[in-house]
Write a protein that binds this ligand. Structure first.
Ligand code: NAP
Ligand code: MG
Length: 476
């Protein structure tokens, strides 16, 4: 999509920095080994080209990975002094920085996210998480969560931030002296495998990190494995519930980071241009594939027309297309299934009577794409207001009073985050006290930092990741 008046010149990032193998094994005990299950392909959602083939880990492969993790835990990692564990984590963090361009390009290829975001947001945060938890490794006695690791952690992550979710899981687990078996999402396994190569390069003791690729069945085998001491899961509320059921009555510990449906609340005294930028960032960052995306916009009535006009103007400037083009704002939807879900819920929104709007926007012929979309005339009972769309779709509602804003914002089974836009500090605090959300952002949105804990209320899960709190999930 171009603004009229000039010829658009693309600025593609080079793929040459990424050196993909045609086929990857499982990373178990420090080596890539063939799986006993079938192979599957990871594609680029922007072009549908096959990037590489990976192995689907069977229950027997998961068993080998857990055994390798157990061995490394008991023989090496558990009793290694914290300062030495920290050195490995610092080394990994530095290698991530050194290889960040390669990692960002591969993340963009495999996931479909814009290279600008992978390069400027995901990778810096990934490195920052490893640096941050490296610093804790020899200071656990001061964190207030005990100093004893749990053992072997089984970790299962989704496709929306493949490397960042890996970092959130692996960095604190290792810093605390646990070893891990991680299962990346079926559609985005490649950067986890490149991370495995970084573990080799860092000479991390074999078995401390194991990566088993596969689909839901591989995840289930990991959850049910009796040799796993802890399950850490990020993904949908539905799968999270099934995991909670599977570990109930076992000694396994569990943390769950699940879905969200955050409200971005704009008061009439807010600086409108700044708020609109925040709203756009809140829902269109990463194609809206963000668990804490600000998918419900609540606007105070006096500024509704102004905010809506300004949003539409801004959306018309968003560039949708090639994720590797450095100018791209919105990349590809991660998979055909996800695209079908976004389309289905959006069609339901229209059928329920909400009004749908997208800027004129040319979408590529191949790959999976969805234009930035607004819904107005949304009521709280509409499914687009209640269910997580997990795509570039914003529902707009209005409110009159702060109490009404709180009531509408909290009227959801989820509670991961919220954004409040107002000039008044006192109102900000009043709102933050009443919003049932793990994070409340004040005049900003989607701001992350490894020192700051993140997690949900209600059906958004339990446990916190990040910060000193995040250590508590991996210590007894
Ligand atoms: P998902 O279907 O729950 O998948 C998440 C992970 O679990 C994937 O690795 C998946 O494998 C695996 N899995 C699927 N079924 C399983 C089972 N029965 N047992 C064990 N593991 C299983 O979620 P998704 O649709 O990929 O991701 C989107 C959802 O994640 C959204 O609802 C979003 O809100 C949530 N999310 C939450 C956070 C947070 O921090 N709270 C962050 C990101 C995303 P496959 O890849 O093969 O399906
Ligand atoms: Mg892929």
């Amino acid at each position: 999509m171009g603004m009229s008046g000039f010829e658009y010149a693309p600025a593609p990032e080079s793929r040459a920095v990424v050196d993909l193998d045609p086929s990857y094994g499982l990373f178990i005990g420090g080596e890539f080994t063939d799986g006993t299950g079938s192979a599957f392909k990871s594609i680029s959602p922007a072009t549908e080209e096959v990037l590489a083939e990976v192995h689907e880990a069977s229950a027997a492969d998961v068993d080998r990975a857990v055994a390798a993790a157990r061995h490394a835990y008991e023989r090496v990692w558990r009793d290694m002094p914290g300062r030495d564990r920290g050195k490995y984590l610092f080394r990994i963090a530095r290698l991530i920085q050194e290889r960040s361009r390669e990692l960002a390009v591969l993340e963009s290829l495999d996931n479909g996210k814009p290279i600008r975001e992978a390069r400027d947001v995901d990778l810096p945060l990934v490195a920052a998480h490893f640096f941050y938890y490296a610093g804790w490794a020899d200071k656990l006695a001061y964190a207030g969560h005990g100093t004893q690791p749990l053992g072997v952690a089984g970790q299962i992550i989704p496709w929306n931030f493949p490397l960042l979710m890996l970092a959130w899981k692996i960095a604190p687990a290792l810093a605390c002296g646990n070893t891990v078996v991680l299962k990346p999402a079926e559609t985005t396994p490649l950067t986890a495998l490149l991370f495995a190569q970084i573990c080799q390069q860092a000479e991390l003791p074999p078995g401390v990190v194991n990566i088993v690729t596969g689909a839901g069945a591989t995840g289930r085998a990991l959850v049910e494995h009796p040799g796993v001491d802890k399950i850490a899961f990020t993904g949908s509320t539905e799968v999270g519930r099934s995991i909670a059921r599977a570990v109930a009555g076992t000694p396994k510990r569990v943390t769950l980071e699940l879905g969200g449906k955050a409200a971005n609340i704009v008061f009439d005294d807010a600086p409108i241009d700044q708020a609109v930028e925040g709203v756009v960032n809140g829902i269109f960052f990463n194609q809206g594939h963000v668990c804490c995306a600000g998918s419900r916009l609540l606007v105070q009535e006096p500024v509704y027309d102004e905010v809506l006009a300004s949003l539409k103007r801004r959306l018309a400037t968003l560039r949708v297309g090639d994720p590797l083009d450095k100018n791209t704002d919105i990349g590809a939807i991660n998979s055909a299934e996800q695209l079908a879900r976004i389309r289905e819920l959006s069609d339901i929104g229209e059928a329920e009577g909400a009004e749908r709007w997208s800027p004129p926007c040319e979408l590529p012929d191949r790959g999976f794409w969805f234009p930035p979309t607004l819904f107005t005339g949304v009521s709280q009972s509409h499914r687009i207001a209640r269910e997580e769309i997990f795509g570039p779709v914003l529902s707009i509602l209005t409110f009159r009073t702060p109490a009404e804003a709180v009531e509408k914002a909290n009227n959801t089974p989820y509670g991961l985050s919220a954004g409040v836009w107002t000039e008044k500090g006192s109102r900000m605090l009043w709102m933050a006290d009443r919003l049932r959300a793990g994070v409340v952002w004040a005049n900003t949105f989607n701001r992350f930092d490894p020192t700051s804990p993140f997690g949900g209320y209600k059906e958004s899960g339990y446990g916190r990741e990040g910060g000193r709190h995040g250590l508590g999930a991996y210590l007894r």
